[in-house]
Design a protein around this ligand. Sequence first.
Ligand code: HEM
Length: 427
Amino acid sequence: MTVELIPATADHKPDHDEIDISSKAFWALTSEERDKNFALLREIRPVSWQRPVEDAVTPDPDDPGYWALVKHSDIVRVSKDNDTFISGQGVLFDLLPDIFLQMSQSFLAMDAPQHDNLRKLVSSAFTPKQIKRIDDKIKAAAKEIVDDIAGKGSVEFVAECAERLPVRMFGDIFGIPEALRSTVAKAAADVVAWADPEILAGRPADEVQVEACVTLHDVAEELIADRRKNPGEDLMSSLVEAEIDGQKLEDFEIGAFFVLMAVAGTDTTKHTASHTMMAFTEFPAQKDWLREDFDGRINGAIDEFIRYASPVMTFRRTAVRETELGGRRIIPGDKVVMFYPSGNRDSEVFTEPEKFDLSRSPNPHVGFGGGGLHFCLGNQLAKSMLRALFGELLTRIPDFRASDPEYLGSNFMRGVKRMNLQFTPER
Ligand code: HEM
């Protein structure tokens, strides 16, 4: 089916698309149902003009809407063209309070040169070489976590397993005392829970989010004060010492940095692990295939874990130059939103995209973003954690079956709040 595109002009946009991916109802669908709508859009209107998010946290009556990018090629193009599509005017799909954005986004929502200066301060901690250095620690932590569940036969996977490794590694990297780690994990999860009724529990979303940010800033303050007196080897010590053009970072800047890293570093990997357990349950032959040669196959397999899970669903950019995308004219000020799960199901790039196929090669998924300046800083760390965790799970409790996942209500994070896991207990 082809539908004629109505070109947008500088002062006129087409009507908001009839395939509405901004409605609450759309984001309440299962991801399989959402995928069907994305597939239709990819086919008939790869760049569609959409109304603003329905029931945004802070609605803006002057917001005209955004261009939705659902094709892999457009996501890659926009991600890599950081001169035309900037992040400094916001990167989140939902409309959120300014104070929340200032407290939580740091260099994720900045452009060069500020972005590059801040990212450079931490990037050395996340290089493949550096991650290799902590690989043994990651493996030991994964083993301990699986030691705690392997004899049980039945667990709630998210809390008892998926969440623990990323929280622990994040805690080690920043030097967070043990007693504060669960507070950090809960606050990091609350930061992105603006559309989940259970987590909001009747409170306004902005209140819950700002409270979670304040909790994380308070933890950051505590760490900053401690590291000024007792510098160590951790990342917080480097941030306290770091200078940009001879200037030390302000505490608030370090706090925002800490919120960004806490969310980016914990939730994403946790949700990928849970989705992957579901995928193995649905495609058991893939488990056997991987177990036949775990060391030889795991690296390629992890890319498929990320593609299939696509835990980060949306990020936005704003055009600052006139350009064209998918036959549409984009003018300065236009918002464009990238839908990563859709890019990861694009059949022009992936054969049988709905299949969890660990032998997929090449696998140019956009789960970590489509490239460019903002490409996921923690991708090597995430891969190393998933490699260690699945190395344990697939050897020690290989007959596991995941069931009854309860999903986070979100238009940002494809999250699993709770999920049962059953298996023959290890003897
Ligand atoms: C499976 C796990 C993960 C997924 C799927 C994921 C996904 C993403 C995505 C989609 C982006 C945005 C890319 C863009 O805008 O082009 C991103 C950025 C980022 N990620 Fe990850 N991430 C994961 C794990 C991690 C971890 C473990 C850390 C670190 C501790 C981390 C730190 C970051 C940071 C700091 C950014 C912002 C980079 C920038 O703006 O320059 N991520 N990630």
